[in-house]
Design a protein around this ligand. Structure first.
Ligand SMILES: [Zn+2]
Length: 307
């Protein structure tokens, strides 16, 4: 698999030699910073800070699953003309290192978000990946404010003349994140249930920690391996023992096992969306990261019976 992937990248690189010249000429008039991002929240953050100074694009296609996605040669082309690439790191994008090695673009600045944040190691009651680093840092709205600050600093270094614009944009978006954080804190303070049972993968560790909740998931840090029957039995046991009323599932991971647990325990199913990518329909209707997090809060309040 790896070998075929490298060949594909090589083919993309060869293709680029013929593509670059006209592409550069075409963009000479435009002065906007070209920013590529790996996942949807980073695209929204970069857009928020750059405003109309930036032209922001997303690598992960609508409905794509970031842990298992594979870049195509056309993605290499996008990166080869970008000024800045922002990605999460900590192995969220297992494809990132390969693609960055293959891109021939000496002016490309690379921003690895996890380098600047303190990371959680995975622990759930199933704990099948003990000690593994959890890359889902954007599901902590305090981290998101640091990410916004980081993007502001980098853009300011790239274009010091307009730093005041970036500062103002960052401030406006961070106020929205603070407001969201405040509403989560308040809404999740008093709930009958404090355990989130997720029939998807372990994406909500940071969110659970921030609001003093527990987080148990059927899959590990990546949804690429099926849970075993004994893991399923363990979760069914936990749901019955604690009287848990809602099983959460992700739109991008099959709902089937969440439904099995719900049927077995008499619980309901509700969506919890990590927001790494949007469906095509959501993309077209202009759904924002903040909208997705609002919807998650509604479903958390509902499923955990919060006052
Ligand atoms: Zn994930």
């Amino acid at each position: 698999m790896m070998k075929r992937f490298s060949l594909l990248l090589a083919a993309g690189a060869v293709f680029l030699i013929g593509m670059r010249a006209p592409f550069i000429l075409e963009n000479q008039g435009a002065k906007r910073i070209k920013i590529m991002t790996s996942i949807f929240p980073l695209m929204e953050f970069a857009q928020a800070v750059a405003g109309d100074r930036g032209e922001v694009d997303l690598l992960l296609p609508p409905g794509g699953e970031v842990h298992t996605w594979m870049p195509r040669p056309s993605d290499l082309i996008k990166l080869s003309s970008a000024d800045l690439f922002i990605y999460i790191g900590a192995d969220l994008e297992p494809w990132a290192e390969d693609i960055l090695r293959s891109v021939k673009n000496p002016k490309l600045r690379i921003m690895d978000i996890c380098e600047e944040l303190s990371l959680l190691t995975h622990s759930s009651s199933l704990d099948r990946e003990h000690g593994a680093v959890d890359p889902h840092v954007w599901l902590d709205f305090g981290n998101d404010q640091k990410i916004i600050e980081g993007i502001k600093t980098v853009l300011g270094e790239m274009e010091p003349r307009v730093m005041s614009i970036y500062k103002k944009n960052a401030l406006i978006y961070n106020q929205k994140l603070q407001e969201l954080d405040r509403r989560y804190t308040e809404a999740l303070r008093e709930c009958e249930q404090r355990t989130i049972v997720l029939g998807g993968h372990a994406a909500f560790g940071y969110l659970a920690k921030r609001y003093n909740l527990r987080h148990v998931s059927l899959y590990g840090l990546s949804p690429d391996s099926e849970p075993t029957p004994s893991q399923l039995i363990d979760i069914v046991g936990l749901v019955k023992e604690r009287g848990i009323e809602a099983i959460y599932f992700e739109v991008s991971v099959s709902k089937e096992l969440a439904e099995v647990i719900a049927e077995e325990t008499g619980a309901r199913t509700l969506v919890l969306n990590p927001g790494a990518s949007l469906s095509r329909k959501q993309m077209e209707s202009g759904v924002s990261f903040l909208d997705i997090m609002e919807k998650n809060l509604e479903n958390l309040k509902d499923g955990l019976s919060c006052r």
